[in-house]
Write a protein that binds this ligand. Sequence first.
Ligand code: ATP
Length: 360
Amino acid sequence: MSVIRSEGLAKSFHGKRAVAGVDLHVERGVVCALLGPSGCGKTTTLRLIAGFERPDAGRVLVGEKLVAGEGTFVPPERRRIGMVFQDYALFPHLTVESNVGYALGRSPDRTRVSEVLSLVGLERLAGRHPHELSGGEQQRVALARALAPTPEVILLDEPFSNLDAALRMRVRREMREILVEAGVTALFVTHDQEEALSLADRVAVMRDGRVEQEGTPEEVYGRPRTRWVADFLGDAEIVPGTAADGAVECELGRFPIPKELEGTVDVLVRPESVALGAGPAPGRDRSHEGVVVAREYYGHDQLVVVKLASGRRLRSRSMGFPIWHPGDRVRVWIEGPVNALAAEPAAAQATAISAADPGQ
Ligand code: ATP
């Protein structure tokens, strides 16, 4: 059963479409990420679901109840939605306990306040004020406050953007555990691919006001439906190929792919599927040999750029060892999933690549 459902949701500001027909279904107990580049309409979608904006078209259902559209508009406080804002929006003059209690009205149920504080692991800090807490602790207070009235749904707007990189990883993990333990349905907005893939059960990838693809993290990353999604979610090598009878043939070899593709295709290989070995290829086939032209070392892994005999450059991502150096001759083979997409015209590819530019 979908606990959050939007159908044909649209919203414009000053004549410009921010959300252009969003269809989104989030099942009960699922943590879903709304992922996309800056300005694609993620926050507006979240605000439409929360009831902070009125849709121009389409409808929103929460827990199968119509809350917006078809002449209905239920205000945010009556939608059974908990909201965690980017800046947490805690009251600075109230203690942790009172901040959480505030969500439960004038005479808050103390047992419920202790229950949620214990769920987020903050019972010991109940008497502190927000300025006496770390960023991660403040975030947990905001989450406890959103969970206190046992909402049907929790919406989180870029919940980790105020935390530094090291803390973010830990808080993400903690937050996922809390959401799963609370059994709540959650939708969070992020522009961070790694965050969406590692935290969510489902990822809805948004582009230009629409959901371009929705699926498990493995599906959207491993089987992107469009070149744009492929590029947006991570590094991707695109090699021309020919598909027939459930296989694709390209200069990297022959690989199984879904049967429905035929003819000219773009073969998509993630750098972690490109394996390297020392020395030349056995036999006389030089097609899978290359020379290392660059290497970026990241500690936990490395990205090695190899130039194949054909002149094609391929990126290979692997553990931090063995250490490759520019000039090393290597064998190159594919050891992992290969995906194919119907070939896109050059103009569309150029748009896809610039749209997926990091920094957006
Ligand atoms: P970011 O990741 O940068 O927060 P986003 O994907 O959440 O971006 P939105 O905040 O939903 O995007 O904005 C979508 C578009 O709508 C943008 O072009 C933005 O400038 C515009 N927009 C959003 N809210 C308003 C508003 N209240 N008035 C005018 N324009 C708005």
